[in-house]
Design a protein around this ligand. Structure first.
Ligand code: SF4
Length: 255
């Protein structure tokens, strides 16, 4: 398996690969190397990586449309094609064996991740890989065997995606049955809980691997929502996730 190319998000002159601390989900606080895939099959209206999918000429709406000067992105400028083996070389430069494959939607590029993972495992078999996904695509068996953890974030109505796009029963059932999967829901209002609980029931999501996280691309929105969401998590017995990277660095990329 050689010669696969990854479409990654561009950050300045190179791909978005950086060493930081995981900011959200069950691995929050763990030092990690992040590799950000470009391309997504959804178009969430509050997405903070809109430069991976909100391309010029597409009809998708985004909350930032109201911001003066906000424009859709040029694919030529924001996608970098990098051989998977070269991505592995760049990841291996960091003194860190925890790798977060994120996006966009990484599972759109299944085969190329397999090659990157294989290259890294040949360097050091103690690497650990987490995949962040929106839970609409099923990974191949080969990728599944190589991945240690899935951070699955099924999208709710508040994302603005059509139900048929954001909900794939087979994929949800795959992740529900995987002992490697944790589920993180982005919450904008208390009513979102009704939808979360329907999904848990309909797809037998494991109650003890659910996290609720406030939506917010800045500290003020997070603070408004975390105040009631923490109470809700306590009362309904869900794990709470904050967004540490927003508290620390706001919307700055690559940190
Ligand atoms: S699934 Fe994730 S990357 Fe894709 S649009 Fe939604 S928030 Fe953004």
């Amino acid at each position: 398996m050689v010669g696969n190319v990854l479409k990654l998000a561009r950050l300045q002159d190179g791909p978005e690969i950086f060493h930081s601390i995981q900011g959200e989900g069950v691995s929050a606080g763990v030092p990690s190397v992040f590799v950000r895939a470009s391309l997504c099959n959804l178009h969430c209206r509050w997405c903070d990586t809109d430069y991976t999918w909100n391309w010029e000429g597409t009809p998708w709406e985004h909350e930032r449309d109201q911001e003066p000067g906000y424009q859709k992105f040029s694919k030529d400028k924001y996608i970098l094609n990098v051989p998977a083996s070269e991505v592995a070389e760049q990841v291996a430069q960091f003194p860190c064996l925890q790798v977060i494959i994120t996006g966009g939607e990484p599972l759109l590029q299944d085969k190329a991740w397999q090659e990157m993972i294989q290259c890294l495992m040949e360097k050091n078999p103690h690497y650990r890989f987490e995949v962040e996904t929106n839970g609409t695509l099923i990974p191949s068996q080969a990728l599944d065997e190589a991945v240690h953890q899935y951070n699955v974030s099924p999208k709710l109505e508040n994302s603005g995606n059509k139900t048929s796009l954001r909900k794939n029963a087979d994929a949800l059932s795959f992740f529900a049955q995987s002992p490697k999967a944790w589920f993180k829901f982005v919450i904008t209002k208390e009513d979102d809980l009704t939808e979360v609980e329907e999904l848990i029931t309909q797809h037998a999501l494991p109650q003890n691997r659910i996290l609720l996280m406030p939506e917010g691309r800045d500290e003020q929105s997070l603070q408004r929502r975390r105040l009631w969401l923490v109470d809700l998590c306590r009362d309904r017995n869900y794990r709470y996730s904050d967004r540490l990277h927003i508290q620390l660095w706001g919307s700055k990329r690559g940190v």
